[in-house]
Design a protein around this ligand. Sequence first.
Ligand code: ADP
Length: 301
Amino acid sequence: MELHIRDVSKRYPNGVQALKDVTLTIPAGMYGLLGPNGAGKSTLMRILATLQEPDAGTIHLGGIDVVKQKDEVRKTLGYLPQEFGVYPKVSAEELLGHFALLKGIAERRARREVVEALLRQTNLWEVRRQKLGGYSGGMRQRFGVAVALLGNPKLLIVDEPTAGLDPAERVRFLNLLSELGENSAVILSTHIVEDVSELCTRMAIIDRGEILLEAEPLGAIDEMRGRIWRRVIEKGALAEVERTHAVISTKMLGGKTVVHVYGGTAPAPGWEPAEPDLEDVYFSTMAGHIGRRRAPTEAAA
Ligand code: ADP
């Protein structure tokens, strides 16, 4: 079931234009929505989850009009919000059972089976009787997924789920998501490039409410080949390099600075071609070297 988003715009009462003519087609599988804080990701996720109305535009999930048929969408949609609150004094098993009841699974045995299956799937079965207040960040996020999966959604929306997880929890969480992506559409909103590169078959980059690039991560990386140049410099030399080159990213490595610049040819002797990765795609897009914000002079060249 594909999700079609067409020309969706949203302006908040305070004047902030959070989304501008967003158009995206999201197929089954894992889809990454990548962008910095304030880009408009949560606004789009909330609109898709029918918690907010767009000012303009249309959204269709298969044959369902997401803006007009909210009840229909809610039956096929799971949503893990950025801030997922739990009742700290209740166990995972109890609370999930309660949500299952709210979802309409009235029969006791059916409910017990669903709760068990979801707690096993999210790897929380062993800790099902612990109070949620004692759960780690990763356990809480996995519990959020169990809740979002009640009712077998065809579309699962997860908003910035890995922020604040430690590396081991993050890997476990991403593995869980990738299993889910095999059966339904999963939209993962994130500002972390690795979340997308490790997991997603398709992606979009969003900034200041606008979609700058829609691509397959591997294809986009391939297209960067021969256009990223790398040099290791002393920290103090960075300002001069930034003044004279199209720097797209800098990283510290063993006390030195590794600089990546964008260009069709080597900027000067001393620069070596870099094997591109998704971070290069992301920063080149944000800087306007590729994608829809590309400067007119570069587009013409
Ligand atoms: P992201 O999830 O990418 O960080 P958001 O969708 O939360 O982005 O925010 C997009 C823009 O809209 C930001 O400038 C943010 O400050 C603004 N914004 C978000 N929610 C509201 C709101 N309820 N009222 C006013 N402005 C908002």
